[in-house]
Design a binder for this molecule. Sequence first.
Ligand SMILES: [Zn+2]
Length: 350
Amino acid sequence: MSIKQRILMLFLLVSFLSLTQKNRKVGIEDSARYSLAMSYEAIVDMLYLYEPFVDISVLGYSEFGQSIPLLKISTKSALKKKPILIVGNLHAREFYSSKFVLKFCDEFLYSLISQAGIYESANSIIDEYDLYVIPVANPDGLKIAQEDWDGIETYQPSVDSIKRIGPYSDWKANGIGIDLNNNFDDGNFEVKHGHLFEEDPASQGHKGAFPCEAKEARIIQDFVDTLVPLLTLSYHTKGDVLFWADRGTHSYFNGLDEKLNTKVANACGFKMARVSRNPRDYGAGLENYIRSKTKRLGVCVELSPPNDMVEQHPANMFKSLVWDKCKNMPIIYLEELSRLYPKYKYLFEP
Ligand SMILES: [Zn+2]
């Protein structure tokens, strides 16, 4: 064999190896408790493995300067697609939600590059939609709930001084003691008074002194205003229930919200919460902001069964309690929305 042939062989071998290296998933581990660092690492791996289909940027920084990453999953086409927003971990302790969102992204992206992926319709879905994903909306809170002070050591005394209800693992708020899902400017902030109400900053139940006082809420709300997602799925973690409508906005959707969510609830074995009656209870959540200010669909999805405890289910139960049941949920939402959209297009494209 000539030197030229040898170099050619070597070149082909290296190309082949790098191809086989790339044709793999990140592989979100079902039984691991995902820390913020593990989540960041998984996101970077996605950029490496699925580069043609994913863009990663930093949406902004938390109160403690942690990145809030944004993934955009799309085909690089000039055609305008319908934007969809998926959010995880607005609430600190709800680590199943960021893991679910990351695992969905990994499996979805893998399905775009490989026939072996679990989502057969992945390619047709990104012909119609751009998926915008914020896996960890409350990075400081996630770190606090896991007592992972690495990189936020200087903030520990101020966190310690905030009123704490229960152990750190029950922490729900952001780093400065504001419940992010009570801090959006949906028009009901003033009347909002949830059942866990706290006047001052606390590990849960404090809505903040004014709408979007929390940096994280401001960043996400500003992004929503720019993007105007057709559907927002905001993932939380207790109840196997969908909070899909509130009295203030339900009638606007003319039945689309009920049809869409009924389909998903039936397919995934979830309950549909009753239409929320009182803005004092439901106000100032991300899903409420989406519905009232952008007139688009917003759902708060509570993953995992209720257990009448504040404590989260153990990390190693993720597969049986969440993934096996819900892995198709975002796909079902998007396929059903495509089916219903022509009849309801007038709501969004007047
Ligand atoms: Zn929650």
